[in-house]
Design a protein around this ligand. Structure first.
Ligand SMILES: NC(=O)c1ccc[n+]([C@@H]2O[C@H](COP(=O)([O-])OP(=O)(O)OC[C@H]3O[C@@H](n4cnc5c(N)ncnc54)[C@H](O)[C@@H]3O)[C@@H](O)[C@H]2O)c1
Length: 265
């Protein structure tokens, strides 16, 4: 029960990683503002209530400054302040080639995926500081580490998030507010549903996640558990970092792997 009595905002909480993490926060005593642009936020709040937790849903756009301000104000109104924000909302925008991208595509993706976390930090941090300490967690991606795990604007937006948490941690120096990012690998969520559905429909389920040494895709809860760690006092000396949670995908250059238990030729 690491979050008993804590006031927590999760954006993108209507599905996937955001929903799973909201439920985990609530299960550990957190009072959660579940924020999403869709009515998935209401469903998440209902699931939490059913489990005996405390949650309040808000429909909002994580890339709109007014709506982020409104969401932070709601947390303060409902729960008397703010201790944690998990800036998780994101969109993929598909996987267009660089030369097929339009300026509008870049603007749409950067607005949600990069300006969104910036706004979350900008407006949540002052409220968290009022509590004396707290944490900010953002969802980046392995796509932000190097090319090949998303479209060009998506990858650039996530690289931006990694740098943003470094800068924010520095600029919050002395405040006792830590800022970190998580870089998930392939996780089964709304964002990856088409790929999972396609693989299953074509009998290729065993190919999902084969590129990482755990040889499987991840579950949203496996990201959620890391988000809870980073948001909790367990991570009291972790600051300005991007923690990769990808089954080991990014630990190697693309080489032919030696099978476990078999001798190299
Ligand atoms: N699924 C993966 O493999 C994977 C890998 C790396 C990173 N991520 C990141 O994880 C985060 C969560 O995505 P997910 O995989 O759970 O996908 P998801 O589609 O299941 O969930 C994303 C949620 O964000 C919401 N959202 C989108 N735009 C929003 C906006 N402007 N304002 C408020 N809410 C908005 C959506 O409605 C949705 O409920 C994203 O930032 C994504 O980029 C996902």
């Amino acid at each position: 029960m690491r979050f008993t009595g804590k006031s927590i905002i999760v954006t993108g909480a209507g599905s996937g990683i955001g929903r799973a993490t909201s439920r985990l926060f609530a299960a550990e005593g957190g009072r959660v503002i579940v924020a999403d642009k869709t009515d998935g936020a209401d469903e998440t709040a209902e699931l939490i209530a059913k489990d005996g937790g405390v949650a309040h849903a808000i429909r909002m756009d994580a890339g709109s400054e007014d709506e982020v301000v409104r969401t932070v104000a709601l947390a303060c109104e409902k729960f008397g302040g703010l201790d944690v924000i998990y800036a998780n909302a994101g969109i993929s925008g598909g996987i267009p080639g660089l030369f097929d991208c339009t300026v509008e595509m870049w603007q749409d993706i950067l607005r949600v995926n990069l300006i969104g976390p910036f706004l979350a930090i900008k407006h949540a941090a002052p409220k968290i500081i009022e509590r004396g300490k707290g944490a900010i967690v953002c969802t980046a991606s392995v796509a932000g580490l190097r090319s090949g795990a998303g479209g060009p604007p998506y990858s650039a937006s996530k690289a931006g998030v990694i740098n943003l948490v470094q800068t924010a941690a520095q600029q919050l120096s002395g405040s006792n507010v830590r800022v970190n990012a998580i870089c998930p690998g392939l996780i089964e969520t709304g964002m990856t549903k088409r790929a999972y559905d396609y693989a299953r429909e074509h009998g290729k389920e065993d190919k999902i996640g084969r590129l990482n040494p755990l040889r499987r895709g991840g579950e949203p809860e496996e990201i959620g558990q890391v988000a809870l760690f980073l948001a909790s006092d367990d991570a009291s000396y972790v600051n300005g970092q991007a923690i990769v949670v990808d089954g080991g995908l990014s630990s190697s250059h693309p080489v032919t792997r030696q099978e476990f238990g078999k001798t190299a030729a």
